[in-house]
Design a protein around this ligand. Structure first.
Ligand code: AP5
Length: 224
């Protein structure tokens, strides 16, 4: 059976989560976000959450040995057996290598890596205005995608919050960490013939229509 096994790659605030919301609905793919998994663990005050929060609050990466096990477990789950959309993983070369080895072991492979790019100054503007529903994960922006009533989720009426790691000084470190540790993955996946680049600067609907076109082509190629 053909599967869509996709990775969303890109700097913080590029729009990965925004695009994932639409992709998972249209292509019926489980959205596996390591950031969401870690934030849930922090909220539930689990052992993982306690370990992760100090790294996340400083804008640093959680150690590879912690995150790799968590992610491989998630893609082994039954709902991810026919395809998945990874968001926020891999973020380092060792994470990418571990994913490749794990998929190969079970005869699976990646279909494509979707890199959403945006300049640093745009990222800072986006992240500083981001608000989220802590219950559903729904993402808003105070200027670019505001809720109908300020500070309140359109769907369930929850109070919107700003993420702990969205403070300006933390954002600057997250960007530095991205350029140093995650950006090299673009070359890594380009070399494997899997990379597709998207300009994340246009409005979300425009970015989505370009990504959608690429995925439709990838899907077609998988079936022939
Ligand atoms: P994670 O949650 O993965 O955060 P991130 O990669 O930094 O990405 P963001 O969620 O900040 O941004 P996004 O690209 O999803 O943008 P969004 O769509 O929200 O990770 C958080 C932390 O967890 C890490 O720092 C690390 O500590 C840890 N972690 C997670 N995974 C890990 C791993 N694999 N290894 C180690 N540690 C890990 O959009 C941003 C804003 O812009 C929104 O307000 C949105 O409305 C707006 N927007 C989106 N698109 C557009 C557009 N086209 N035009 C205008 N506005 C837009």
């Amino acid at each position: 059976m053909s599967e869509l096994n996709l990775i969303l790659l890109g700097p913080p605030g590029a729009g990965k989560g925004t695009q994932a919301e639409q992709l998972r609905t249209e292509f019926e793919l489980p959205h596996i976000s390591t950031g969401d998994m870690l934030r849930q663990a922090v909220a539930e005050q689990t052992e993982l959450g306690e370990l992760a929060s100090s790294y996340m609050d400083a804008g640093n990466l959680v150690p590879d040995d912690v995150i790799i096990g968590l992610l491989l477990q998630a893609i082994g789950r039954s709902d991810a057996r026919d395809g998945f959309l990874l968001d926020g993983f891999p973020r380092t070369i060792p994470q990418a290598e571990a994913l490749g080895v794990d998929l190969e072991k079970v005869g699976r492979k990646l279909t494509g890596v979707l890199l959403i790019e945006a300049p640093d100054e745009e990222i800072v503007r986006r992240i500083s205005g981001r608000r989220v529903n802590p219950k559903s994960g729904q993402i808003y922006h105070v200027d670019f995608d505001p809720p109908k009533v300020e500070g309140i989720d359109d769907v369930d009426g929850s109070e919107l919050v700003q993420r702990e790691d969205d403070k300006p000084e933390t954002v600057r470190n997250r960007l530095a960490v991205y350029h140093e540790q995650t950006a090299p993955l673009a070359d890594y996946y380009e070399h494997l013939g899997l990379l597709h680049r998207f300009d994340g600067s246009p409005a979300p609907a425009e970015v989505y229509s370009r990504i959608r076109g690429t995925i439709a082509t990838l899907k077609l190629e998988e079936t022939i």
